[in-house]
Structures are given as structure tokens and as C-alpha cells.
Design a protein around this ligand. Structure first.
Ligand code: NAG
Ligand code: NAG
Ligand code: NAG
Ligand code: NAG
Ligand code: NAG
Ligand code: NAG
Ligand code: NAG
Ligand code: NAG
Length: 306
């Protein structure tokens, strides 16, 4: 009995000591577990990027190497193309561009989002040198380039930075969405459409003297009120600064030449312009444009021959 008791008590003692140690160990373990859980929770809520897929849209995703392209174009433009803007701060411009859309829903962008970027660059286009276009981008750009001193929107710094690029962000990420971005008709106020609206408005507001617009005579309606030109640029021309408005309606080379200037679409444009007290003129296939373009049209004398 005594042996038993003593054995029990002697077995009890190390047992209790063990269990006390166990309790301490368990407590420590629990503490570690709680700390781990908290750390994990903080990590999860701080960067949901790694666990959540970006929102899916119907348009193509952000252009690869977007930021490198924008920064490179900024330096090329301000240091080489237009040295008058040499003092522009390209890294600052890139930061303002990023902040406009990074971590935001790309269908919920406001003009305010681009305000800091637009206010960084106050480029003035000389009077008589603004060239607007609608559905004739290539020809307008070629003409502006050959002419040298004409400016389309894409010949201004902001237009130049973004020409032909696609970009958008995602609410759950600090990275651009490289997989997809909203299609033009997917929502009204998306990253790209708001950008082009904001900068084309500013471009139109700054125009002065004689302004030119190049329209596409191959279309049944060369002028459409819903285009960026008809919607943003035309109504932001300042009649106190712009006295004459010249429309050039271009037809495809070899296509039917018709008198687009007297078509209903151009008559509508004329009415809008004259009502705003700006003198309107219209020319079909403006000769100077085509003449200037001649070297760029494929040579018919067999330039490909050996
Ligand atoms: C869109 O943005 C506005 C202001 O930034 C915000 O109040 C609104 O909740 C946003 N809507 C969506 C659907 O994200
Ligand atoms: C550009 O113009 C805006 C509005 O007139 C002004 O707020 C901004 O400070 C100007 N930015 C620079 C860099 O001059
Ligand atoms: C702009 O064109 C008008 C008419 O062609 C001319 O009178 C004016 O001097 C021009 N202005 C500049 C700055 O070239
Ligand atoms: C006019 O539009 C047609 C069809 O979109 C296009 O093929 C043509 O190149 C355009 N013309 C000009 C001068 O841009
Ligand atoms: C996106 O594309 C899908 C499949 O083509 C289509 O069913 C859906 O309506 C599109 N969404 C929008 C908003 O255009
Ligand atoms: C788009 O933006 C315009 C102007 O900023 C605003 O009036 C309009 O309500 C917006 N539309 C949508 C669908 O968010
Ligand atoms: C040119 O006009 C004629 C007659 O109006 C028409 O039959 C033909 O399809 C047109 N061609 C082109 C290239 O538009
Ligand atoms: C156009 O000019 C006329 C006469 O100078 C003036 O009465 C009218 O208010 C002007 N219209 C606009 C839209 O500026």
C-alpha cells in the first residue's frame, strides 16, 4: 500500500511538474500561433494583390513596359524634339501620370484624376498651327510632320506621351492591369477616354488665329458630333482667339472624288462654327496637303526595281 502510495505520489510529482511545464509550453505555443495569425491577417489585408485576380475587361490590357515608354518619350520630346520644353521634369510627369489611375477602378476615372498631370505641362501651340483631325489620324500626322511646324494633339507633349498606348489600373493592386482594360464602349469614363477628353479640351482651348481640321471624305459623315473633335474640341475653341476655321475634307487617293463640302454633315459643322462667330471655310482635298504628301505616296515609277 505504502509502496503503492509512494509510487503514486512519486509518479504524481514529475507528472505535475511536467504538466506545469506543458501548460507553459502550450501557452507559449498559443501565443506564437496568435502572433502568426495576426501577422498573416495584416499581410492579407495590406496586399490583396497577391491573392486576388485583377478585374477582367473586354479590351486589351496595359501596354507592356508602359512606364519605361512614357518616361523615354518624355525625355525624347523635351530634350530632342522640342528643346523649348527642356525644363520639364519627366520623372515628376511620370509620377503624376501613375497617380491618375493606379489602384483605381478604370471605369470610374474623373477629369480631376488627370488634373495634376495636365497642370504640370503648360505648352502653348503657336497661333495658326493647330491641326485637328477626325478619322484621318495617319494623314494628319504625316502632314504635321512634313510641315514641321503644325501641331496635332499627338504633337503636344501629353498627346505624344500616350499616343497608341493602353493603360489602366486595378482597385486591388499598385501595378497596372496588364491583362485587360475596359473597351471604349464598355464604360463612359475609363482611364483612356477621360485622358484624351481632358487633353483635347485643353488643346482646343489654347488654339488661336486660324485653326485647321482634317476630315475623312471617304465616310458618309465626315463630321460627327459624337467624335472627340465634335464633342470636345469644336466647342472648346475660344471665339475671342480663333477667328477662322478651315475644314479640309480628304478623299482616299484613287477613290471617288466628290464634293463633301456641300454634304449635310459639313453643312452642320458650318452652322455650328458660324454660330460661334468664327469664319468657316471648307476645301475638298486641300492641295497643299496632297502636294506635300507626294514623296510619301508609293512611287509609281518602279522604285522597287533593282
Ligand atoms: C467612383 O468614384 C467616386 C469618387 O472617386 C466614388 O465616390 C464612388 O464610390 C466610385 N464608384 C465606384 C463604383 O467605384
Ligand atoms: C499651369 O497652369 C495652371 C492653370 O493655369 C496652373 O495652375 C499651373 O501652376 C501651371 N503649371 C505650370 C508648371 O506653370
Ligand atoms: C495667322 O493667319 C492670319 C491669316 O492667314 C494672318 O493674318 C496672321 O498674321 C497669322 N498669324 C501668325 C502668328 O502667323
Ligand atoms: C478614311 O477612313 C477610311 C475607313 O476608315 C480609311 O481606310 C482611310 O484611310 C481614311 N482616310 C484618311 C485620309 O485617313
Ligand atoms: C464583354 O464581352 C463578352 C463576350 O464577348 C460580352 O458577352 C459582354 O457583353 C461584353 N461586355 C461589355 C460590357 O461590353
Ligand atoms: C462621366 O463623367 C462625366 C463628367 O465628368 C459625368 O458627368 C458623368 O456622370 C460620368 N458618367 C459616369 C457613368 O460615371
Ligand atoms: C464611285 O462612285 C460610283 C458611282 O457613284 C460607285 O458605283 C462606285 O462604287 C464608287 N467607287 C468607290 C471606290 O467608292
Ligand atoms: C456673335 O457676334 C454678334 C455680333 O457681333 C453678337 O451679337 C453675338 O452675341 C455673338 N455670338 C456669340 C456666340 O458670341
Amino acid at each position: 500500500m505504502a509502496h503503492c502510495e509512494s509510487s503514486q505520489s512519486s509518479r504524481d510529482e514529475p507528472c505535475c511538474r511536467l504538466s506545469r511545464r506543458c501548460r507553459v509550453c502550450l501557452g507559449c505555443g498559443l501565443l506564437v500561433l496568435i502572433v502568426c495569425a495576426v501577422v498573416l491577417l495584416v499581410a492579407l489585408t495590406r496586399s490583396p494583390t497577391r491573392t486576388r485576380e485583377p478585374l477582367a475587361w473586354n479590351g486589351t490590357g496595359t501596354t507592356q513596359n508602359l512606364f519605361a515608354i512614357v518616361l523615354g518619350r518624355c525625355y525624347a520630346y523635351t530634350q530632342l524634339l522640342r528643346p523649348g520644353l527642356r525644363s520639364e521634369d519627366c520623372p515628376k510627369i511620370l509620377d503624376a501620370f501613375k497617380s491618375a489611375f493606379i489602384s483605381k477602378n478604370p471605369c470610374n476615372i474623373t477629369q480631376q484624376d488627370y488634373r495634376p498631370l495636365v497642370d504640370l505641362v503648360n505648352q502653348t501651340v503657336p497661333c495658326n498651327k493647330s491641326l485637328f483631325w477626325s478619322k484621318s489620324k495617319e494623314l494628319a500626322h504625316q502632314y504635321a510632320r512634313v510641315q514641321g511646324k503644325m501641331f496635332t494633339l499627338e504633337d503636344t507633349l501629353l498627346g505624344y506621351l500616350a499616343d497608341d498606348l493602353t493603360w489602366c489600373g486595378d482597385p486591388g493592386s499598385v501595378e497596372p492591369n496588364y491583362q485587360s482594360c475596359p473597351h471604349w464602349n464598355e464604360c463612359l469614363n475609363h482611364t483612356g477616354s477621360v485622358f484624351w477628353k481632358v487633353i483635347s479640351k485643353k488643346f482646343a482651348e489654347s488654339a488661336c488665329g486660324v485653326v485647321q481640321v482634317m476630315l475623312n471624305g471617304s465616310l458618309s459623315k465626315p463630321f460627327r458630333k459624337s467624335s472627340i473633335f465634335g464633342n470636345m474640341e469644336l466647342f472648346n475653341l475660344d471665339p475671342r482667339k480663333v477667328h477662322t476655321f478651315q475644314a479640309w475634307v480628304m478623299h482616299d487617293i484613287g477613290g471617288n472624288s466628290s464634293d463633301s463640302c456641300s454634304s449635310p454633315s459639313l453643312t452642320e459643322l458650318e452652322a455650328i462654327v458660324t454660330e460661334r462667330n468664327i469664319t468657316f471655310t471648307c476645301q475638298n482635298n486641300y492641295r497643299k496637303v496632297l502636294g506635300k504628301m507626294e514623296p510619301l505616296v508609293p512611287d509609281q515609277d518602279g522604285a522597287t526595281g533593282p
